[in-house]
Design a protein around this ligand. Structure first.
Ligand code: PMP
Length: 305
């Protein structure tokens, strides 16, 4: 990953990809306090555009606020940085990774006295859970790891440290032959995937865990709420149990990387027909219409680079 051509935006400057380095005594590397975003740009009918750029930047600043970090750039500067990185790397469609971290002036748990940094990188990234998974659905395992409790770590921050839990769950699922993990909250209710929100369909209604289960307030999740409304499908946010997923007619994951990925199996139990369901397919197709600029209603969600 570190050895490629291209440019990375680092603290206000475009730096050669291979030179975008930090010191080994970087505070965030030791203690995990930092925040990031995952954003996508699509090659829309109107040229390359970043999907819901403003909302992602807003969440990055909210994450930093929750972590008591003051980003030394404005939201406008961070938006511009993202557009610049896509343009400079001549990417038609890509994944963007803005990240803010605490510097290497001093170590010790207290980060006071350290500089706050920000970088934005971008690279081409296809379907996160595989093209095949997008059509056929993926196989998911309920994790033996519990999702963060809302007062242990801050679950509305897309915090670097939150991902050690995601990594453990994802590695366990892959080692056991699954494609992804589903995590339950500390009370045993469904929370989210290692890097995705979850939705289930039953009796023509869509259900998704409310955010008190510790799930990230996903921007794709919010996009699905809009799509469902447009399609006249009711969405209920509530506590969901693991067995409600087993007996759902359809289930799918959402996320910037995962987009809309059907789930065909949980813990070796087939969900519905064991393939992508009709409502999932409708949502998926409406989602790709929006991100690719084919739905004028949501043109304001696409920022041209
Ligand atoms: N939950 C977690 C833990 C995630 O990492 C992500 C990806 N950012 C999501 C949910 C989905 O969020 P979004 O749709 O904003 O990408």
């Amino acid at each position: 990953m570190a050895d490629r051509d291209g440019k990375i935006w680092m603290d206000g400057q475009l730096v050669d990809w291979r030179d975008a380095k930090i010191h080994v005594l970087t505070h965030t590397l030791h203690y995990g306090c930092g925040a990031f975003e995952g954003v996508r740009a699509y090659n829309t009918v109107d040229g390359t555009a970043i999907f819901r750029l403003e909302e992602h930047t807003e969440r990055l600043f909210n994450s930093a606020k929750i972590l008591r970090m003051k980003i030394p750039f404005t939201k406008e500067e961070v938006n511009e940085a993202q557009k610049t990185v896509v343009r400079e790397n001549k990417l038609e469609s890509c994944y963007l990774r803005p990240l803010t971290w605490i510097g290497s002036q001093k170590l010790g748990v207290s980060p006071k006295g350290n500089q706050i940094h920000l970088m934005v990188a971008a690279w081409a990234w296809g379907a996160y859970l595989g093209e095949e998974g997008m059509k056929r659905g993926i196989r998911v395992k309920t994790s033996s790891y519990t999702r963060h409790h809302v007062n242990i770590t801050m679950t509305q921050a897309k915090a670097v440290s939150n991902y050690s839990n995601s990594i453990l769950a994802n590695m366990e699922a892959l080692d056991d032959g699954y494609d992804e993990a589903l995590l339950l909250d500390a009370s045993g209710f469904v929370s989210e995937g290692a890097g995705e929100n979850i939705f289930v369909v039953k009796g023509g209604v869509i259900y998704t865990p409310d955010l008190s289960a510790g799930a990230l307030n996903g921007i794709t999740r919010n996009t699905i709420l809009h799509i469902a409304k447009d399609l006249g499908i009711e969405v209920i946010q509530k506590r969901i149990t693991r067995d409600e997923v087993y007996i759902a007619e359809e289930a799918f994951f959402t996320g910037t990387a995962a987009e809309v990925t059907p789930i065909r199996e949980l813990d070796r139990i087939e969900i519905g027909s064991g393939s992508r369901g009709p409502i999932t397919e409708k949502i998926q197709s409406a989602f790709f219409d929006i991100v690719n600029g084919r739905n004028p209603k949501y043109a304001h969600w696409l920022t041209k680079v």
